[in-house]
Design a protein around this ligand. Sequence first.
Ligand code: UDX
Length: 448
Amino acid sequence: MALIAYKCPRYKVTVVDINPDRIAKWNSDTLPIYEPGLDEVVKAARGRNLFFSTDIEDGIRSSEIIFVSVNTPTKTFGTGAGMAADLQYWEKTARQIRDCADSPKIIVEKSTLPVKTAQAMQRILTAGDYKNRFEVLSNPEFLAEGTAISDLEHPDRVLIGSAETPGGLKARDELVEIYANWVPQARILTTSIWSSELSKLVSNAFLAQKISSINSISALCEKTDANVAEVAKAVGMDSRLGDKFLNASVGFGGSCFKKDILNLVYLCRYYGLDEVADYWEGVVRINEYQQERFVINMLSNMFNTLAGKKICLLGFAFKANTGDTRESPAIHISRRLVEERARLVLTDPQALENARTDLKDLTGRIDYIDDPYAASSGCDAIAVITEWQAYKALDFEKIYGSMTKPAFIFDGRNILDHERLFKIGFNVFPIGKPALTHFEEAAGGACR
Ligand code: UDX
């Protein structure tokens, strides 16, 4: 919304939320989320044509187009618990819009929703003695965190789904007109509303599937002395497959991938498509396996005991350039390491506050330290969880000097210079590449 306001000064954009603290932060110098470039965009538009408010009713009444971006988390109760999307916030919002509106509105589904939600929304909006005309459009968001502003400025595509009725097509054209202020027409894709809703789930499922595919192969590489980076390069040079999203890792995190795949799986099962559901569920299973495998690798390479050992996690966010920790592999890994009775030290340039909340039940068993040098001092092992660029530039000789020996590095993102670390003295365990260890030196040379 900030970017729409920034790009289109002639539209007035009002963002409303029930949470007064969050709105106060959006109106302050310290925004409630860290996102590169966002501060500048908000500062340029705020007070001009971008406003943040808790007056939801006024926001509804005074707007012609309403983007509904409430959260649709995985349901935690009843039928579909752990799989289906929880639509209660969406439905409440639809009812509120219907009850407050005193003129026709275009309702835009921005939240990620199961296919066919628009139909339910239309039914709610037009139930009872409603006085107005509502057109529901689907306009899923494809931005990724950490690159949100450039993704919004130069999107691969903007997807707009509408009913194929005169009213639906007219509403669609109004939304197209907004994006056409900065997005080339050829990148604005219009489809049926059902295709649009489904495409968002499928896009995330395909992206996550690419990561799980390479992560599954990383396990095989570790058994066979193949190098997953070389395999990924060879595979990715096939233009039919593409070279993006082939970085083996500790597993994908973030608020979208797991939730959306489970939602897709639930939809498939609902329609009796068990084979299709099983196929996509495998993507989530491999992701869980990859996180657990990382812990087991640490355990088995550190002589099958982590009890009393001090381990530093470099990074806690689910990816670099964000403070977001939702579904971060760091959460599972931290819990497992504490279960193994390791002493944990967490460091991250942006995510420590969220990490404390995620692990608040483990208070007293984990230290949170901003400075990576102080965090790794006295540790037996370092595990790289987030691919922050700053970690590449750390002085690893200094870090090695301050650590307990033998010193281990488990690079869960393959971002460090493994040969160099090995030369410094570390025992190095990348993902999907041969380990570099010093253990067999006495028996005749380094074990590479
Ligand atoms: C994702 C989609 O990319 C975006 O289109 C959608 O709108 C929301 O969900 P996001 O979750 O912000 O965006 O981040 P993304 O860059 O997709 O990364 C997701 C996870 O996959 C991160 O944990 C990341 O570290 C991991 N990842 C990504 C890998 O492990 N390997 C890769 O090659 C790429």
